[in-house]
Ligand binder design. Structure first.
Ligand SMILES: [Ca+2]
Length: 533
C-alpha cells in the first residue's frame, strides 16, 4: 500500500513514512479531506506515488510514462511531481507538473512557443502567476517533436517535412494528448481535474486559438496571449525581412530614434498625456514622408531616404493575397527605437546576423510551403504559392470568428496583445474581436470573449508600458461564476527587478484604451479611465 492520505479517491490510513515537513499538511488533509467525505484536494501525495507512475502506460497502451520524479520546492515553485510521457506512434511527448500537496483540483494546459519542440514551464514569464500560486496541475506538450539543440537549425523547422509532426505542430498535439494526460492525473490524484484551462503566448496563443475554434469542448477557459493564429504572419515577416536584406532600406539607430521621436510628437498625447506610451495606437496615422531627405536619397541621420520610407510603410500597412482570402494588417507605430518594439522582431539582430522575422519566415517558407531548404526567400511572392499555402492554412490558420462551440460549452476566452508587439500584430487581436462580434452579435460575443490591448508592451511582455496582469486568475474567476475580466477592475502593472510596482494602467477591454483623466500621478491606474473616445 502506498503511503498516502488519499489514493484513487479513497481515504486510506495515514502512513508514517511521510516526510516530517509534510506532517502538518497531512493532518490538515485528513481533517479536511476524509472527515465528512467531501472531495477536498489538500491531500499530500507520497513520493512513491510519483515515481510509481514511471513505466505505466496510458491511452490503451499508446502512451508510455517514461519517467517521474519529485522535484523539491524552489523559489515560487512548490514541491512537484514531474512526469514525462511519450506517444508510441510519433515523437509527441508531454510533461506534467503535479503539486505533491494542496492541489487546487484544476488543470492549466500550456501552449508552446516559436517552432516549439520544448516543454513550456510554469515559471515562464508570459504565464499567469496564479497557476503556480494556486497550485494548478499543469501540462505542456513538446508540440510534436523535440527541438534540435542548435538555434539556427530550430529556425529551419525541418520537422514540417514529416506529416505527423506537421499535424501535431499545426493543430493536433494538445488535443490528442489530453485524454492520456488526464488519465495520468487520475492515476496520481485519484481523480481528474474539476476544471481545465489553457494559457499560451505567441505560437502558444496560436494553439489557444486552434483549441477555441476546433476543439471547443477541451477546455473550460482559454487565455490567448499574442496569438499567432493568422498564417499571414510569416508573409509579413518575409516582406519586412526582404527590406532588412536590401541595401540602404533599413534604418540605423539614429534614424530609428528620429522616427520614434517624430511619431511620439504626433501620437503620444492622443491618449491625454505625453508619457512616452502611445495608448491609442489605432489613431496614430503617422506619415513617414514628413522625414523625407531632399531628393529621396540618403543624406544622413536627420532624414529618411525613399527606400527607408518604403520600409516604414511596409511595416505599418496591410498585405493581402491576390485572391483576397488572407490578410496581414501590419503593425502599429510606437517603439520604433525600442528593443521591445520594432527592435524585437523587425530590425536586424546583430547577434543573429538577421532579424527574427527573417529567420522564422525563411523556415516557414522553405519547410512548410516550398518544401525546399535551399529556396531563395528574398522577395518571396505568396501569390505564386497559393495552393501550397492553402494546404498549410487548412491546418494552421486559426481565424474562424464563429465561437458558438465555445459558447455552447460554457467556456470563456481572453485574448491579450501588446501594442508594440512586432511579432504578432495587435491589429490581428482587435480585428479578430471585431469579426467575432460581426459573426455572433455583440451579446453572444460578450458571453465568450474579451480582448485587451496593452499599450507600450512588446511580444508577450516587456516594453515601456505596464505588461503584467494575471489573466488566468481573471479567467477562472469568470469561469467559476464571477464577473467578466473587464468588470473585475484589473490593472496592468509594471514590476521592477525587486518586485515593486512602478507603474499601472487600467486593463481596458478593446476597443477602449486607458485615457489620462487630466490630473494625478501618471504612473497610477487611478489617474486613467477606459475610454473609447
Ligand atoms: Ca501617451
Amino acid at each position: 500500500m502506498m503511503p498516502m492520505i488519499r489514493q484513487r479517491g479513497r481515504c486510506i490510513a495515514f502512513a508514517p513514512r511521510l516526510r516530517p515537513g509534510l506532517l502538518a499538511l497531512a493532518a490538515g488533509a485528513l481533517l479536511a479531506g476524509c472527515g465528512g467525505g467531501d472531495d477536498s484536494s489538500t491531500d499530500v501525495i507520497a513520493a512513491s506515488t510519483c515515481t510509481g507512475l514511471s513505466g505505466q502506460t496510458l491511452g490503451n497502451g499508446t502512451v508510455a510514462v517514461v519517467d517521474a520524479a519529485v522535484v523539491a520546492a524552489s523559489g515560487a515553485l512548490p514541491e512537484y511531481c514531474v512526469a514525462h510521457a511519450k506517444f508510441s506512434d510519433s515523437t509527441l511527448k508531454f510533461e506534467v507538473h503535479l503539486p505533491t500537496s494542496g492541489w487546487n483540483a484544476k488543470l492549466t494546459w500550456f501552449g508552446g512557443g516559436g517552432f516549439d519542440g520544448h516543454f513550456s514551464q510554469p515559471t515562464d514569464g508570459f504565464l499567469s502567476a496564479s497557476i503556480v500560486g494556486e497550485k494548478y496541475a499543469t501540462v505542456a506538450t513538446n508540440g510534436g517533436y523535440d527541438a534540435p539543440s542548435d538555434l539556427l537549425q530550430w529556425f529551419q523547422a525541418q520537422f514540417a517535412f514529416d506529416p505527423v509532426k506537421l499535424a501535431d505542430f499545426t493543430y493536433l498535439s494538445n488535443h490528442r494528448s489530453i485524454p492520456a494526460a488526464k488519465e495520468l492525473i487520475q492515476k496520481y490524484y485519484g481523480k481528474t481535474p474539476s476544471r481545465s484551462y489553457f494559457e499560451g503566448c505567441s505560437m502558444g496563443g496560436h494553439e489557444a486559438m486552434i483549441q477555441s475554434q476546433r476543439y471547443p469542448n477541451d477546455f473550460d477557459g482559454i487565455v490567448a496571449r499574442a496569438p499567432a493564429g493568422n498564417i499571414m504572419v510569416f508573409t509579413q515577416f518575409n516582406r519586412l525581412a526582404t527590406r532588412m536584406r536590401t541595401a540602404g532600406a533599413s534604418l540605423n539607430a539614429a534614424k530609428q530614434t528620429l522616427l520614434a521621436n517624430a511619431v511620439l510628437a504626433q501620437c503620444d498625447a492622443l491618449d491625454g498625456v505625453a508619457d512616452g506610451i502611445i495608448s491609442k495606437p489605432a489613431a496614430c496615422n503617422y506619415d513617414a514622408t514628413a522625414l523625407r531627405c531632399a531628393g529621396g536619397a540618403d543624406t544622413g541621420d536627420t532624414c529618411l531616404s525613399d527606400a527607408q520610407i518604403a520600409t516604414v510603410q511596409a511595416i505599418t500597412t496591410p498585405i493581402t493575397t491576390s485572391d483576397g482570402t488572407l490578410t496581414h494588417p501590419g503593425y502599429y507605430f510606437g517603439g520604433e527605437n525600442s528593443a521591445k518594439g520594432w527592435g524585437e522582431y523587425i530590425w536586424t539582430n546583430p547577434a543573429l546576423g538577421d532579424s527574427l522575422q527573417g529567420l522564422f519566415s525563411d523556415g516557414f517558407i522553405r519547410s512548410f510551403i516550398t518544401r525546399n531548404l535551399a529556396y531563395n526567400t528574398l522577395g518571396w511572392d505568396i501569390n505564386q504559392w497559393l495552393p501550397e499555402v492553402s494546404i498549410i492554412a487548412s491546418m494552421y490558420h486559426a481565424f474562424n470568428p464563429d465561437l458558438s462551440g465555445l459558447q455552447a460549452h460554457g467556456a470563456k476566452m481572453i485574448v491579450w496583445n501588446g501594442a508594440t508587439d512586432t511579432s504578432v500584430t495587435p491589429k490581428d487581436a482587435s480585428r479578430y474581436y471585431d469579426m467575432v462580434v460581426q459573426t455572433m452579435g455583440q451579446a453572444n460575443a460578450d458571453k465568450v470573449l474579451e480582448t485587451f490591448i496593452a499599450p507600450g508592451v512588446g511580444h508577450c511582455g516587456g516594453g515601456v508600458g505596464p505588461d503584467t496582469v494575471d489573466l488566468m486568475k481573471a479567467l477562472s474567476t469568470r469561469g467559476e461564476g464571477g464577473a467578466g475580466p473587464s468588470a473585475q477592475n484589473l490593472a496592468l502593472t509594471k514590476v521592477n527587478a525587486s518586485g515593486a510596482v512602478t507603474m499601472s494602467r487600467p486593463l481596458c477591454k478593446y476597443p477602449a484604451y486607458p485615457r489620462y483623466k487630466g490630473s494625478g500621478d501618471v504612473n497610477s491606474s487611478a489617474s486613467f479611465t477606459c475610454s473609447t473616445q
